[in-house]
Design a protein around this ligand. Structure first.
Ligand code: MN
Length: 421
C-alpha cells in the first residue's frame, strides 16, 4: 500500500468529514494570492492550500531531492515528468509534514498555509494535445437512439475500439472561467438553408480527463499493462457542446466548432496513486476485444459524479448523479489504442473519457440525454424549466470517492454561461 493512502492517517489541520481533501488525497494544483501573484505549485488539506515553494524554502522537502524550479512553476508539467517514483515520494513527504504529531510543521504552518477562500486557482497543466473519447456505452447508445436508429444505436466499430477524436487544447480553461455562448452555423429546418447566430442548444458533457506524465516517444506503443505508469492523475472535465452546431457540421469528420470554443477542468489533479483504493471491475466486454486492448485486473474507478445547474442568483438544481465506474472502455485501453499506431504522448497531454452516462435517466451526463433532445424538460428548484443551458446559468460538476471512512474528492469544475458576443 502507498504510505500516504493509509486510511488511519490524521492531520494536525482540522478536516471536516465531508471535505474532498483529507490527508489521504494530497492533489496537485497551481495558485496565486493577492499579495504574491507569482504562480506556484501547491497541494490542499481541508480548507487550506499548502504552498510547496515555501515548504521547499524551509528545507522540508529536501529528502525528495526535487529541483526548486519544479515548485516555483506556473504548471505541474515538470513535476509530473519526474516520474511516479519521485512524485509518490513527494506525496509521502507531504503526508509526513501534515500528519498529526508533526508539531514542528504545525508551528511553522503560518508560513505555508493559505485559506482556500483567499487564493486563486489557475489551470494546473500546460495542455499539449487534447483527445476526447466516446467510451460510455450508455451515452453512445442514447445518442445513437436519439439521432439515428434505436435498433442500431451503436455503430459497428464501437465495441471493437474506443472511438475518439482530436480536440483543441487552447480553449481548455480552469473552473470559474466564464463561458461565452458560441455563435455558428446551424440548420434548424431540414428543408431550409442554414442560418448563422448564437447556439440555441448549448449543453454540458460530464467527463473525466486523465493527464499524461510520461512520454512514449514517436513509434512506440504503450500496452494496457504499462498504461498506468503514463497516467499521472485525473480531473473533472466539462466538454461544453453546442448541439445545433454539432448536428449540422459533424458529417463526415466529427466534432469541430461545436466543441472547441471551451472545455472546463477542475483545478486539482488527483493522482492515480490517491485513487488506488477505489479500483473496481469494469463491465464485461462482449465480443472479446483484440489482444492489444485486453487487460488484467481492475481498471475502472468508483468515482461518484454530479452535475448541478445554478440559475443566476438562484439555488442550484442537481440534474445528474452518475459514476465513472460505468465506463465501457477504461483508461488503459484508451491509451493503448491511442498509441498502438506509434502516436507519441507528451507530458501534459489530456485525454478525456467522453460523456459519462449511467443506466438510468437521472444518471445521464448531458442535457441532450436528460431532456431527451428537448422533449422532456427538467423541472428546476426555482420553478423554471431547462432543456439546455440558459445564459446566466452556472454548470457545476463535482466528483468524489468514498470507502473505509475516507473521502477523496475532486473539488469542482464550474463555468457560468454569458450571452453571445
Ligand atoms: Mn465529449
Amino acid at each position: 500500500m502507498i504510505k500516504a493512502n493509509n486510511p488511519a492517517l490524521k492531520s494536525w489541520v482540522e478536516v471536516s468529514a465531508d471535505s474532498d481533501f483529507p490527508i489521504q488525497n494530497l492533489p496537485f494544483g497551481v495558485f496565486t494570492t493577492k499579495t504574491n501573484t507569482r504562480p506556484r505549485v501547491c497541494t490542499r488539506i481541508g480548507d487550506f492550500i499548502v504552498d510547496l515553494v515555501v515548504l521547499d524554502h524551509l528545507s522540508m522537502l529536501d529528502d525528495c531531492e526535487i529541483s526548486h524550479s519544479v515548485f516555483d512553476n506556473q504548471y505541474i508539467n515538470d513535476l509530473m515528468s519526474l516520474g511516479k517514483e519521485k512524485t509518490r515520494a513527494l506525496r509521502n513527504c507531504l503526508s509526513d509534514i501534515l500528519e498529526e504529531g508533526n508539531t514542528e510543521a504545525e508551528k511553522n504552518s503560518w508560513h505555508f498555509l493559505h485559506h482556500a477562500d483567499k487564493v486563486e486557482m489557475l489551470l494546473p497543466i500546460r495542455v499539449g494535445d487534447y483527445t476526447d473519447f466516446y467510451s460510455s456505452i450508455e451515452h453512445a447508445t442514447n445518442v445513437g437512439t436519439i439521432f439515428r436508429d434505436p435498433d442500431n444505436a451503436l455503430l459497428p466499430n464501437w465495441k471493437h475500439l474506443p472511438v475518439g477524436y482530436h480536440g483543441r487544447a487552447s480553449s481548455i480553461v480552469v473552473s470559474g472561467t466564464e463561458i461565452t455562448r458560441p455563435k455558428g452555423q446551424t440548420k434548424p429546418k431540414d428543408d431550409e438553408p442554414p442560418v448563422y447566430g448564437p447556439s440555441r442548444l448549448l449543453d454540458f458533457e460530464l467527463e473525466m480527463g486523465f493527464v499524461i506524465g510520461k512520454e512514449n516517444g514517436l513509434g512506440n506503443a504503450v500496452s494496457t499493462g504499462e498504461a498506468e505508469d503514463y497516467i499521472f492523475g485525473l480531473i473533472l472535465f466539462n466538454d461544453w457542446s453546442a448541439r445545433d452546431i454539432q448536428k449540422w457540421e459533424y458529417i463526415p469528420l466529427g466534432p469541430f466548432l461545436a466543441k472547441n470554443f471551451a472545455s472546463t477542468v477542475s483545478p486539482w489533479v488527483i493522482t492515480l496513486d490517491a485513487l488506488e483504493p477505489f479500483r473496481v471491475q469494469g463491465p464485461e466486454q462482449e465480443p472479446k476485444v483484440l489482444p492489444y486492448l485486453q487487460y488484467e485486473g481492475m481498471k475502472n474507478y468508483d468515482v461518484n459524479l454530479q452535475v448541478a445547474i445554478q440559475p443566476e442568483e438562484k439555488q442550484e438544481t442537481v440534474v445528474c448523479d452518475s459514476n465513472f465506474k460505468y465506463m465501457y472502455w477504461n483508461m488503459t485501453q484508451q491509451l493503448a489504442h491511442h498509441t498502438v499506431n506509434g502516436c507519441n504522448m507528451r507530458v501534459g497531454d489530456l485525454l478525456a473519457s467522453g460523456t459519462i452516462s449511467g443506466p438510468t435517466p437521472d444518471s445521464y451526463g448531458s442535457m441532450l440525454e436528460i431532456s431527451w433532445r428537448g422533449s422532456k424538460p427538467v423541472k428546476m428548484n426555482d420553478g423554471s424549466e431547462r432543456k439546455f443551458i440558459n445564459d446566466g446559468d452556472t454548470v457545476i460538476m463535482r466528483g468524489w470517492c468514498e470507502k473505509d471512512g475516507v473521502r477523496i474528492g475532486f473539488g469542482e469544475a464550474n463555468g457560468k454561461v454569458l450571452p453571445a458576443k
